[in-house]
Design a protein around this ligand. Structure first.
Ligand SMILES: *Cc1c(COP(=O)(O)O)cnc(C)c1O
Length: 373
């Protein structure tokens, strides 16, 4: 047993506290706490610029943003989605009375497999909700072609994909809408927060109404909207975090490269490759523990925990294995062989900007096949 402090899968990267004080002073002075105040507007502008998108609507968290995105496009019936994600992806469908239809993942990228989508389309299908898992882009062109052919809407859960770019620019410009999470555990955080990337000003207006109870002006309510607004406090945190985001991602990249270098050639351990992104965000470091590794994935997980290292099995169990989903016909494991195998093998190792390289050494030494026993 190590006597050192615990190392968790992630740790937020916080700017110097004193730099936050002027933001608080401004809030205290002007007494605007929420409802689209000055920091909210500034953060929307700054994020559009940073991400390279035209319109963004900020939210109180990513889950309410997913729920609202589905309402903004009036999605009903069935939606095709991935079982290999955080449970909020499918929960947003249930919160709208929509039936999730699970489709298997690609065994190399762990994203929704476009070749398996068409077989899952029925007359009730209205949309596809893929996830850019670990920040690795989906096969956006193949998925868009299917959406166009069958007249389906396309909403990306881009909770992992902050700042990710393909050869043409932001990955967030694909589909009808993309949804971000700014939760404490994500690459960019506002403690809690989220956003919808909107293709045009008209869609943003509708989304802004839906996140504010459906209010249009003082006396009109046009939809049963929710309270999904981001507060001035969270928006101010975001503005400050944004100053450090490039530095944070650069440090993540250093950790990522250190892991890859040290794990190369370890028998039974595979690092998940990228999915063709031009600019990555190094949000996660997933490894696959294959059958030729001397011990099981769960034994390796426990061994690391015994040494104060706390990796996470993202994503195990699959969403389709939770009680509110497992009765669905599409949730059967025979329908999801690649997702099932991935969930049994994956381990996400600690990665965050302030993780020391000496910790990477310690973790990779524990994983190294010479150090069992
Ligand atoms: C974090 C996450 C969410 C939920 O975001 P919150 O801001 O925590 O509500 C949704 N989908 C995925 C894939 C996530 O990782």
């Amino acid at each position: 047993m190590s006597s050192k402090k615990n190392i968790y899968v992630t740790q937020p990267y916080l700017p110097p506290l004193e730099e936050f004080i002027p933001y608080l002073e401004q809030i205290w002075n002007n007494k605007i706490l929420t409802n689209g105040g000055p920091f909210h507007q500034q953060l929307e502008t700054a994020l559009c610029e940073y991400l390279g998108v035209d319109h963004i609507a900020l939210f109180t968290n990513g889950t309410i943003a997913l729920v609202t995105a589905l309402q903004a496009l009036r999605i009903t019936g069935e939606v095709i989605t991935t079982p290999y994600s955080f449970v909020a992806t499918s929960h947003s469908l249930l919160w709208n009375g929509i039936k999730p239809v699970f489709v298997d993942i690609d065994p190399n990228t762990f994203n929704l497999d476009p070749a398996k989508i068409e077989a899952a389309i029925t007359p009730q299908t209205t949309a596809i909700m893929p996830v850019h898992c670990y920040g690795h882009p989906c096969d956006v062109e193949a998925i868009q072609r299917i959406a166009d052919n069958y007249n389906l809407k396309l909403i990306y859960d881009a909770a992992h994909a902050f700042g990710v770019q393909d050869a043409q620019g932001s990955i967030l410009r694909h589909g009808d809408l993309s949804v971000l999470s700014f939760h404490a555990t994500k690459v960019f955080n506002t403690f809690e927060g989220g956003a919808i990337i909107c293709p045009d000003a008209k869609t943003k207006v509708r989304i802004d109404q839906l996140k504010n109870f459906g209010h249009v002006g003082e006396v009109n309510v046009v939809a049963p909207g929710i309270n999904g607004k981001m507060s001035e406090f969270n928006a101010a945190l975001g503005l400050l975090q944004l100053k450090y985001i490039d530095q944070a991602i650069a440090r993540r990249k250093g950790i990522y490269e250190a892991y890859r270098e040290r794990l190369e050639g370890t028998i039974g351990i595979r690092c998940l490759g990228d999915a063709g992104e031009k600019v990555a965000n190094y949000a996660y470091f997933p490894i696959l523990v294959d059958p030729d590794y001397p011990i099981s994935r769960d034994d390796l997980y426990q061994k690391l925990k015994d040494h104060g290292i706390h990796p996470r099995r993202y994503f195990y169990p699959l969403i389709s294995d939770f009680p509110m989903y497992r009765g669905l016909p599409s949730a059967h494991r025979e329908n999801l062989p690649c997702a099932t195998a991935a969930a049994q093998r994956v381990l996400c190792l600690p990665i965050y900007p302030n993780l020391e390289i000496s910790a990477v050494d310690e973790i990779t030494n524990l994983i190294g096949t010479n150090s069992h026993g």
